[in-house]
Design a protein. Sequence first.
Lengths: 429, 143
Amino acid sequence: MTVVAVLVFVAAYVLIATEWVHRLLAVLGGAAILLALGVTDAEHAFYSHDTGIDWDVIFLLLGMMIIVGVLRRTGVFEYIAIWAAKRAKGSPLRVMVLLTVITAVASAFLDNVTTVLLVAPVTLLVCERLDVNPVPFLLAEVFASNIGGASTLIGDPPNIIIASRSGLSFNDFLLNMAPIIVIVMVVFILILPRLFKGSFEVDPTRVERVLGLNEREAIEDRGLLLKCAAVLLLVFAGFTTHTITHIEPSVIALLGAGLLVLLSRLEPRDYMPSVEWQTLLFFAGLFVMVGALVKTGVIERLASWAADATGGAALPAAMLILVVSAVLSAVIDNIPYVATMSPLVETMTTQIPDQTQAEALWWALALGADLGGNATAIGASANVVVLGIAMRAGSPISFWEFTRKGLVVTAVTIAVVAPYLWLRYFVLA
Amino acid sequence: MAEEFPVVSADAEALEAARLLATQRLPGLIVTDERGKPCAILPASQVVKFLVPGYVQDDPSLARVVDETLADRVADKLTGTTVRKLLPERPPELPVVKADDTMLEVAALMARLRSPLVAVVDGDRIVGAIAASRLLELAMQPH
């Protein structure tokens, strides 16, 4: 059974990485084979937290997708982005900096693909008005989106998986991930002029065309905006008080989504298109496959090898996880990677007596996987989306054009977070 | 049932095609290839879509924040462009019927392909076209 579980898992991974078949088909096919051959069963696949579908992850994503479906109808994102571009007074560098900051902040609370889908059209509008190449702006935004998403529990799907597996709360993510992500963003902004050298020339006569945009027109329904703001505040209050209320983030997100749907009086056809059913099913299939590895003892053996390789010491383990995660997340989707690694890291943490140092392994996994997604055009879903947007806009970005910049961003950001992990969890702990 | 209808080549100027649609208030144009065979129908709505910037198609709320009118874009977008560029990347099935096809056959084809216009051919030769409005006119005539 162990050999079958590994073979099916590896085959599905190859199919996902090479995109020979749709990734949903790969994981559901793999899960179906494992169920059909009895490697796992309904009890383990559907009802076990350790070896089955993590319903907390699925329903947290579902709730947030519905909330975003309503939120994006308010036009608030467009308002903020255009307002910022006007405050930049037409300076392309300032526009880029402000849009990347907005993207990073939004990504902390919305999923990265949604954020990119919201910011890209405004960016194309501003770039067209300034008559500058939109490619550097789109690249900077997708990098910022992947960086910003790392800062909270809900910002990036890998973080949701890690939180559910580790028991780390929304506040834990805020206190441990957000500070370093702020530092990473500052460094990222500092390297922007060098990274996109020669992209900031603008004809002064074009500036007026940006100042002529009317951001107030983006918001059509102020009532809906206020309702969204109120519900979002409640949802984030729910996330941050989890340690007191013990209400799971998935329940809070679902309650928030339900309340927002009731208050907004929107029809399901208005917000349901934001629910990515394929992504949710992909998660479900993935959890069944990873669960089979846990059930058959593969993960435990891998964790034992990893512990031997690092001599059971927490610091080498954390650094190994950080670097391996960054490298692997660059070439494979970080969602299946983290889903696979989470039970392995969970086992590794049980072998480390110091609680703080054990937690460092989770932060290393989150930072490596989230930031590693920037390295190549296929490292994160948001990257693929931006490539599609750029292509439609008549400014295609090649795989290598993306990767040349992405590798630099990943190398710099990982170089920033490695000393953070060492200092915060090992030297100053 | 078929009427005479303007035909444009796929390599013709897009601006000229748009002018033809506008001045004659046509629902679309029959587009022919280099051998004069019909290769596509260009609905007027497709030309309108071409004039709308991609970012507004992706995020319609941006149409409200821009101060310019569509008129400002027509010359910019269509000058130097060919009709071929206006056609969808993957053109749908060509809506053609034969002169002796019934009204129901024509209506069924229009409905299936959501085309405001079908070309009427005799072999490779275009003998006319039927617009949706013409079809409705005939359908509503007292028998």
